[in-house]
Write a protein that binds this ligand. Structure first.
Ligand code: NAD
Length: 484
């Protein structure tokens, strides 16, 4: 399965150019050059996809769960069988190391499909008997045509995380992957045809968020929107879809705190903190970007973190020794670097990194940045309040539990947090008080797909994962039967 130069929309089972006939450039961020072209879709493509999805819905929504299970599993099998091709495409599109795409992104994409293919076989609803009078039962019916919009940081991983539960629950879907990383979603459309997914059940549109994304959100017949992306985009989506009373699931930005107590397992914590800081160049919504360390171990932690960060190998995404590849785009690299300058203006000291990596040969124009560790900033400054979404962490000491909880909760975000301590009572106390949707104690990114996933405050509305996702993608109806 090889990627094409001209990506196509997937509408009604066919691969089509955008109605506009226009394409725009898709960059390989490691090389800094255009390598393929993306259809510039608009509301006409959304309308065409909507009509196809509406035609497909009556039959798809009535298929046996076992049929949906079989088709989704087949799609998963095709992705797994073409693991190297998908991983190569993901790496070229996003700049991340091939090894990461091969071991994390693509395996998780087929796991998502299998997870929800199976989950729908076990999905049930409640009944509420009223003694000697009536019985209520709850129907959970597919919503209809739903929109699924995903970001660029974990492209196929997050796209399938949405479309799998939507399809498993019997909906027809109009999906839009990020215009920064559309290639694996395009390859997925071919896998869907090969797996026998009926035409119109899944439609994948490519293009700019403000144009085709916005048209999906605005379309009155698309009844629910599941969105993952930035908080500002989330606000725009709410302001459009809220007054239309659409069902909304929003997974937004984060500024996650890592809280490290002096009694933690230092070696385990160091190993994991390096990963939670810089995996995927810090371009994971769950990465910890504000690290608070209890004062007795602060200096030791700082020395060790800086030493290990300097050892991180940034470079050729296809080299087996590379830890971090390129940032996703030139614009994103500029944004990340502007925050490093801001940190200095705000009085911070850059202890290491934060400068572009001078690459030779084919990668000389790529967007490579050395991971940065910054200290000396108050928790209230912009560097510690705004999402950077790059390989940048700040570190600061703390003295008491109350103080660190105040720091942790001081941003508008509330997605994830980590707590490091061997004292289980302290771990529970702190976990309970942190304002976030996810708390990891003595670990990071340990994921059970059955658990609720999402954020509080400006990090989102609603939850994905397990039954939460199937509940989101179904409409409940209570049926009450009186008897005597
Ligand atoms: P983004 O908001 O710019 O784009 C996300 C998607 O929305 C893209 O497909 C884009 O084309 C589309 N879009 C943009 N404007 C739109 C509009 N007006 N209407 C409809 N769709 C529109 O985000 P991004 O830069 O792609 O991703 C990075 C952000 O995503 C970060 O803030 C990160 O924290 C967040 N993120 C959150 C989670 C989570 O689970 N909470 C997971 C991954 C990424």
């Amino acid at each position: 399965m090889t990627p094409d130069k001209y990506i196509k929309n997937y509408i009604d089972g066919a691969l089509l150019p955008a109605a506009s006939g226009e394409y725009f450039d898709n960059f390989n961020p490691a090389v800094g050059k255009v390598y393929s072209h993306i259809p510039d879709s608009d509301e006409r493509d959304v309308q065409q996809a909507l009509e196809a999805a509406e035609r497909a819905f009556p039959e798809w929504s009535k298929t046996e769960p076992s049929t949906r299970f079989r088709i989704l599993t087949r799609i998963a099998d095709i992705i797994e069988q073409n693991l190297d091709d998908f991983a190569r495409a993901e790496s070229i599109d996003s700049g991340k190391p091939f090894a990461m795409a091969r071991s994390v992104d693509i395996p998780r994409a087929h796991q998502n499909l299998r997870f929800f293919a199976t989950a729908i076989l076990h999905f049930s609803s409640e009944s509420h008997p009223m003694q000697n009078e009536a019985i209520n039962y709850t129907l959970r019916q597919p919503i209809g045509v739903v929109g699924c919009i995903s970001p660029w940081n974990l492209p196929l991983y997050l796209f399938t995380w949405k479309i799998a539960p939507a399809l498993a629950a019997g909906n027809c879907v109009i999906g839009k992957p990020s215009e920064m990383t559309p290639m694996t979603a395009y390859m997925l459309s071919k896998a869907c045809s090969e797996a026998g997914l009926p035409a119109g059940v899944l439609n994948i549109l490519h293009g700019h968020g403000a144009k085709v994304g916005q048209a999906i959100v605005e379309h009155p017949k698309i009844k629910a929107i599941s969105f993952t992306g930035g908080t500002n985009t989330g606000k725009k989506i709410i302001s459009t879809a809220g007054p239309m009373f659409k069902k909304l699931s929003l997974e937004l930005g984060g500024k996650n705190p890592n809280i490290i107590f002096a009694d933690c397992d230092f070696d385990e914590m160091m190993m994991t903190t390096l990963r939670s800081s810089f995996s995927n160049n810090g371009q994971i919504c769950l990465c910890g970007s504000r690290i608070y360390v209890e004062r007795p171990i602060y200096e030791k932690f700082k020395e060790e973190l800086v030493k290990r960060t300097q050892f991180i190998k940034v470079g050729d995404p296809f080299s087996a020794v590379t830890d971090l590849g390129a940032l996703v785009s030139e614009q994103h690299m500029k944004k990340v670097m502007s925050y490093i300058s801001l940190a200095e203006v705000e009085g911070g000291t850059v202890l290491c990194g934060g400068t572009p990596v001078e690459m030779k040969g084919e990668y000389s124009e790529g967007y490579f940045l050395r991971p940065a560790v910054i200290e000396g900033l108050p928790h209230t400054c912009r560097t510690n309040q705004e999402e950077i979404f790059g390989p940048v962490v700040t570190i600061a000491p703390f003295d008491t539990e109350e103080e660190v909880i105040e720091y942790a909760n001081s941003t508008q975000f509330g997605l994830a947090a980590t707590v490091w301590t061997k004292d289980i009572s302290k771990a529970n106390r702190v976990a309970e008080k942190i304002e976030s949707g996810i708390v990891w104690v003595n670990c990071w990114m340990v994921r059970d797909l059955r658990t609720p996933f999402g954020g509080v405050k400006s990090s989102g509305v609603g939850r994905e994962g397990g039954l939460e996702a199937l509940r989101f993608f179904t409409e409940q109806k209570n049926v009450c039967i009186k008897y005597s």
